[in-house]
Design a protein around this ligand. Structure first.
Ligand SMILES: Nc1ncnc2c1ncn2[C@@H]1O[C@H](COP(=O)(O)OP(=O)(O)OP(=O)(O)O)[C@@H](O)[C@H]1O
Ligand SMILES: [Mg+2]
Length: 496
C-alpha cells in the first residue's frame, strides 16, 4: 500500500427529489488496497460510486481528488481515462451482443482500433478472460450465459482498460460459494498487481476475508472507516444497522399438519432424478447444495416452467400437470426467481405495477382494475415488508437493489399462495433486511403457508427452516434436522 491516497472525496452530498441519498460523506482509497464499502440497502453505496465515476454530480462544496490532483468535474469519460472502472450491480451488459463484443465494448466505442475491428475486440476479450483464468466461448450471445458467467464477462470488461481502481458493486451477489471464492482470488490477484478494488457486498464473511479496510455508511452518512483486522461480523452488523441480531434455530415438527405438496420420484433428464418429499401446511423446507446440484431446475419444474420427464407432483392430494407457470400460479404455487433483474421485475414499470403484476385477479372490480384495491394492496405490502420508496408510482429501477428484492417478494405474496418457493431470496439484501425477510417468512409459515427456501448459504436454511435437504448432482443427498446437527457439521457435510 502507498502512503498517499489514490482517491479521496470529502463532503459529498446528493439529493434525489426529497431523498437525501448522501449527506456529506467522505471516502478514501489507497493504491492497491481492497476496500469494502458496507451498509444497509439504500444507505447510498451505489450512489457514492456513481459520484466517483461522474454519473451523478454532487452538490456544491464537494471535493474529489485522484492521485493527489483535484478533479473539479468528474465525467464518465474522464473516470475511464483515469483508470477508474465499475462493475455495476445490474452488470449493464448487452444480451444481444456476443461475449467478445461485451468485453471489448469500450474499445469499439473509443475507436482505438479505428473502425470496429472484430479481431482486435476478440483478442482483447481473450486476453481479459485469460487474466481471470477463465475460458468462455467468446462468440456466444451473452443472453445464453448463466448469470455467474455474465458476471465474469462484466469483470473482464472492466479489465480491458488500464484499470487502477475497480469498483465491484455486489460482484458476488448471484454467485455460489465456490464461484465467490474464485472471484475472491481474482480480486487478490488484481490487488497484488497494484490495482485498488472497492468492493460492495452484503456477505460479511467474504467482506472480512478479502478487505484491508471497511467504510461503513448508514442512511447516507459516514459511520466510520475501520481496519478489517480484529473486526467481526456482528460488529460490522452493529455498525451498519445500529442494532444487534442473534440467530437461533426455529425448527419444529409439523407431522400433525396436512400434506400440501407431495413430490414423488420427480425427474428431469440431465438435471435431477428421483426427488421425493412432502411439504406440510405451515412447514418451511430448506434446500441447499452447490451450483449444479439441480435446485433451481427442481424449483422451475414445481412452478410449471419446465416439464418433468418422470414422477409426479401432487398438491393437496391432487395430481398436477402444469402446462406453464400460469397453471402453477392457479394451483397456488409462487416462485421468487434467483435472478430478479431479468425474470422477476420489469425495470421501467412503476413499483406499484410490479407489485400487483402476478395478482391482477385480486384487484379487479367488474372486470377492471380498481385503483382503490390496487392502492390498498400496494400500501399493505410496502409497509409489511418495510420497502423504502418515494412514491409507488416511481419506476422500480429507482429503488436500491435490496428494496427491489422486497418488492419481488411482495409481488408473490400478493397472490395469496399455498406454497411459496424462494430461490436465493436474500441475494443482494443487507443483513437487517434479511432478518426482516425471514421474520416475514416465519409469520407467513405461522399463518399456514408452506415454504421452500433455496439457498447456497447453509446458515440461511439452517436458521430459517424446519428441515434442510442437501441436494448434490441432481439427487437428494441427505436430510437434516437443525435441532440435531450443528451448523458447522452441516457446512462440513455440504462442502465435503
Ligand atoms: N435515480 C434515483 N432516483 C431516485 N432515488 C434514487 C435514485 N438512485 C438512488 N435513489 C435513492 O437513494 C438512496 C440510496 O440508494 P443507493 O442505490 O445508493 O443504495 P445502496 O446503498 O446501493 O443500496 P443496495 O444495497 O440496496 O444496493 C435510496 O433511498 C434510493 O431509493
Ligand atoms: Mg446498490
Amino acid at each position: 500500500m502507498g502512503t498517499e491516497p489514490l482517491l479521496s472525496l470529502s463532503n459529498i452530498k446528493v439529493t434525489f427529489g426529497g431523498v437525501r441519498a448522501l449527506k456529506g460523506v467522505s471516502f478514501e482509497v489507497m493504491p492497491g488496497e481492497v476496500h469494502c464499502l458496507a451498509g444497509e440497502n439504500g444507505c447510498g453505496k451505489s450512489t457514492l460510486i456513481k459520484v466517483i465515476t461522474g454519473v451523478y454530480k454532487p452538490e456544491d462544496g464537494a471535493e474529489l481528488r485522484f492521485d493527489g490532483k483535484v478533479i473539479p468535474a468528474m465525467t464518465p469519460t474522464l473516470a475511464q481515462s483515469l483508470g477508474i472502472q465499475v462493475i455495476w450491480q445490474d452488470l449493464a451488459l448487452f444480451g444481444e451482443m456476443s461475449v467478445a463484443e461485451n468485453i471489448g465494448f469500450q474499445l469499439a466505442v473509443n475507436g482505438k482500433f479505428g473502425l470496429v475491428d472484430k479481431k482486435a475486440i476478440d483478442a482483447a476479450a481473450l486476453k481479459a478472460l485469460a487474466r481471470l483464468g477463465v475460458s468462455l466461448d467468446i462468440h456466444r450471445p451473452l443472453r445464453e450465459l448463466p448469470i455467474a458467467q455474465r458476471q465474469i464477462v462484466a469483470i473482464a470488461r472492466a479489465l480491458v482498460g488500464e484499470a487502477r481502481l475497480v469498483f465491484m458493486d455486489e460482484p458476488t451477489a448471484s454467485l455460489t460459494q465456490s464461484e465467490a471464492d474464485y472471484l475472491i482470488e481474482i480480486v487478490r490477484t488484481l490487488s497484488a498487481s497494484g490495482v485498488a478494488v472497492v468492493f460492495v457486498s452484503h456477505r460479511l464473511a467474504e467482506v472480512l476475508e478479502i478487505s484491508d479496510r471497511i467504510t461503513v455508511l448508514r442512511d447516507g452518512a459516514l459511520v466510520g472507516v475501520y481496519p478489517v483486522d480484529g473486526m467481526t461480523q456482528s460488529r460490522v452488523t452493529e455498525l451498519m444497522t445500529g442494532r444487534n441480531f442473534d440467530s437461533a434455530v426455529i425448527a419444529a415438527d409439523h407431522d400433525a399438519a396436512p400434506v400440501v405438496l407431495s413430490v414423488r420420484n420427480l425427474a428431469r433428464t440431465g438435471e435431477f432424478t428421483d426427488i421425493s418429499f412432502d411439504l406440510r401446511r405451515g412447514e418451511t423446507l430448506g434446500i441447499t447444495g452447490l451450483l449444479g446440484a439441480g435446485r433451481t431446475e427442481l424449483a422451475l419444474t414445481l412452478f410449471g416452467m419446465r416439464q418433468p420427464h418422470g414422477g409426479e407432483i401432487l398438491i393437496e392430494g391432487k395430481r398436477m400437470e402444469f402446462g406453464s407457470n400460469r397453471d402453477a400460479i392457479r394451483a397456488g404455487v409462487a416462485y421468487l426467481s434467483e435472478d430478479r433483474l431479468s425474470l422477476g421485475l420489469n425495470q421501467p414499470q412503476s413499483i406499484a405495477d410490479n407489485l400487483v403484476m402476478a395478482s391482477l385477479d385480486h384487484i379487479l372490480s367488474n372486470g377492471l382494475i380498481s385503483p382503490t384495491k390496487k392502492a390498498n394492496v400496494v400500501s399493505h405490502w410496502i409497509s409489511a415488508l418495510g420497502v423504502k420508496i418515494g412514491t409507488p408510482d416511481d419506476p422500480i429501477r429507482t429503488l436500491s437493489g435490496g428494496n427491489q428484492q422486497r418488492v419481488a417478494i411482495a409481488k408473490w405474496l400478493a397472490i395469496g399462495p399455498k406454497i411459496l418457493i424462494l430461490d436465493a431470496p436474500t441475494v443482494g439484501v443487507d443483513v437487517g433486511a434479511r432478518a426482516g425477510i425471514f421474520d416475514i417468512v416465519r409469520k407467513l409459515a405461522a399463518e399456514g403457508l408452506s415454504i421452500i427456501i433455496i439457498s447456497d448459504e447453509p446458515p440461511e436454511v439452517y436458521f430459517n427452516a424446519d428441515r434442510v435437504i442437501h441436494m448434490a448432482d441432481g439427487q437428494f443427498h441427505a436430510s437434516y434436522d437443525p435441532r440435531t446437527i450443528s451448523l458447522t457439521a452441516l457446512e462440513a457435510a455440504i462442502y465435503a
